[in-house]
Design a protein around this ligand. Sequence first.
Ligand SMILES: [Zn+2]
Ligand SMILES: [Zn+2]
Length: 444
Amino acid sequence: MAQDGFVLVSRESQITKNSHTVSPVQSLQYEGAHDYLAEIASFVDNQSDKLWSLNRFIHRNPELAFKEFKAHEALTKFMRSRPERWQVTSSACGIETAWIAVYDSGRKGPAVSFNVEMDALPNIGHACGHNLIATASLAGALATADVMSTHSLPGKVYVFGTPGEEGYHGGKIQLLNRGAYDKVDVSLISHPSILNNSPFVRTTAFCRLEVEFFGRAAHAANAPWQGINALDALVASYNSVSMLRQQTQPNDVIGFAITNGGGDATNIIHAYSSAVCTIRSSSSSRLETLVDKVSACFDAGAQATGATVKIKVIKGYKDHVPNMCLASSFAKHWSSLPDPYPVGPELRADEREYTYVKASTDQGDISHALPSVNVSFAIPAGPEKGGPHSADFEKAAGTKWAFDRALRVGKGMAGVAVDVLTKDGFLDTVKEEWRERFGVENQF
Ligand SMILES: [Zn+2]
Ligand SMILES: [Zn+2]
């Protein structure tokens, strides 16, 4: 997930090494499913060595989007070896590196799910920390299945190996469109950063505009009036977009790249030019408005010069809208879990404020299709204090400390899943919130 706009906090201020003053037993005395949290925590701690091996393997073998062959092999092999007896499907839904594992209690009940991301970035490896996402989701899913088994709880746990989050082809969207989530009630995932500890994460919606201008070549000195200048059309459009940026909203971002300025010689009127825009905004509906405004700038460039414009809008990812019932459940569990070496601002159990992140994820599309939580968790920054998509973060994502943070997230997510499976009326409330949210205009 691309992250922009971080405010950096010194490492010293993030570390409170003596804060582990509450005993695990005391901290886990809580109502409802918190009775299960001690079991979850103990189970995950017992799986730590196995999960660390997988985490390290994925981190040390970075693979690009939709080419996560080693991760796919290692993770499906791991799930097949588990004592909980998961039904594992490799290359699920016709996607080579997607996989699905299902733990079925054999009795009808809620279906909870965890998404496992696997892909890395070109040249800088796991600089987005997707190895930690995999770890947290695996820990959460395994612990949930263990609690189900121990207490004979009805329902199912799904784990989706979701390829290709980076870029704009969205493995989760492809799985969603092919029906993988049809029988699932809730979707849980997390993402590492260097600052936030929050399950209330809202990400931006984005799309990509590919624009081409078609003009007419002519001799630039002898008969320029016979030409139509595609470069001028592009420059006029660029200036219009620059002016539009003054009137956009705080969460709007318009990235602009000229991919072909047109022409190879100064004495030819440029017959062709092209550009790409990446447009982000806080909601999918706002994004549509912004796309119209940017498109108008390109139309204006074409009209002013007589060039023809072709605008191709390529769908990116929708904004992530957290389910506040699920997120609040996570906040309670997270706050109850002991952490000897916490990082970043601690989350309050009663917190319900959105955390806005100017990044995009295909989990956003999932959140529009079913109740979702995308927990942001802080890991200790590297020496350069680099956030996601930096070489520094790649190193930070491979540390044992970051791994331990991911395990804590996994425990919290398992707490949420067990709430869904055990708390009377909880899933109904979760679904009601989702229906209210998406049954009306998605605008805040
Ligand atoms: Zn990411
Ligand atoms: Zn990323």
